[in-house]
Design a protein around this ligand. Structure first.
Ligand code: PPS
Length: 277
């Protein structure tokens, strides 16, 4: 991990979750912002429309373990949220989640994305976000990614660790980025039934439309354009939002090597991903 995710560790470890908190957990670049945006709209578009027009998504849904110099920490932002529920984002692997989230039996929404597109998105993000480790060239980044030498560890351990937890934690909803791309409306319906929300069909349809890639990309409260550590001239935060962009990055040899590693690391899990839809 880099120090920006460990500097606040005592406060993270002892963070006091509330029973109605909703934790949005992901490996970086799996669709965190998309699902955060949808949940914020589901809960607050009717009662707190000012939030969507005046607060960037990273303030509406604080990033728990984030502690950038000269910025409020994720734990401070979460503690100062005045909403009920509080929506809180984390990239921590399951074994590092503060224990109060489990004690309080909080709902967790986990989003996973296929390993290849996830790697591509992460590579471009590390190029443009100055507080992330330097990615190096694509080939060395990919080797490090396969070895789990990443800020939040191995993609393989992350997605399977959370998948296993789902088997024993009934309040964990496990979503896939590819399903979201395929049918966002269906996935919003599933979210509503997991969360016990009774949004009308018209509200859900409005949220589906509003959360489509092109709309979020234009929305300055969702597209991270106010994040000064990011250089959009290198790569925008809302980059492509597609399934299958890995085909534009992986060479045939890289793809073969990746598939071999993938099958070694994933052969014991019932978790399956699609690399195209
Ligand atoms: S972060 O930094 O970890 O919070 O990033 P995260 O939000 O998890 O992932 C960013 C990628 O998600 C894509 N994205 C979307 N795709 C489709 N539709 C919508 N609405 C959407 N919103 C965000 C975003 O473009 C990043 O993926 P890439 O492949 O880089 O475009």
């Amino acid at each position: 991990m880099t120090h920006i995710f460990t500097d606040d560790w005592e406060n993270i470890k002892h963070f006091q979750a509330r029973p109605d908190d909703i934790l949005i957990a992901t490996y970086p670049k799996a669709g965190t912002t998309w699902v955060s945006y949808i949940l914020d709209l589901l809960y607050f578009s009717q009662t707190r429309p000012d939030r969507q027009t005046s607060m960037p998504i990273y303030e509406r849904v604080p990033f728990l373990e984030n502690k950038k110099p000269n910025h409020p920490s994720g734990t401070d932002l979460a503690n100062s949220l005045d909403t009920s529920p509080r929506l809180i984002k984390t990239h921590l692997p399951v074994q590092l989640i503060p224990k109060s989230f489990w004690e309080q039996k909080c709902r967790v929404v986990y989003v996973a994305r296929n390993a290849k597109d996830n790697a591509v998105s992460y590579f471009h993000f590390n190029r443009m976000d100055s507080v992330q480790p330097e990615p190096g060239d694509w080939n060395s980044f990919l080797q490090n990614y396969m070895e789990g030498q990443m800020a939040f560890g191995s993609w393989f351990d992350h997605v399977t660790g959370w998948w296993e937890r789902k088997q024993s934690h009934p309040k964990l909803h496990y979503m896939l980025f590819e399903d979201m791309v395929e049918d966002t409306g269906r996935e919003i319906d599933k979210l509503c039934s997991f969360l016990g929300l009774t949004s009308t069909a018209a509200e859900k349809e409005q949220i589906r439309r509003q959360s489509q890639f092109d709309n979020m990309k234009k929305d300055d409260m969702a597209n991270y354009s106010s994040a000064i550590v990011m250089d959009f001239k290198i790569s925008p935060f809302m980059r492509k939002g597609k399934v299958g962009d890995w085909k534009n990055h992986f060479t045939v040899a890289q793809n073969e090597q990746f598939d071999v590693e993938y099958h070694k690391k994933m052969n014991n899990t019932t978790l399956h991903f699609r690399t195209e839809v």
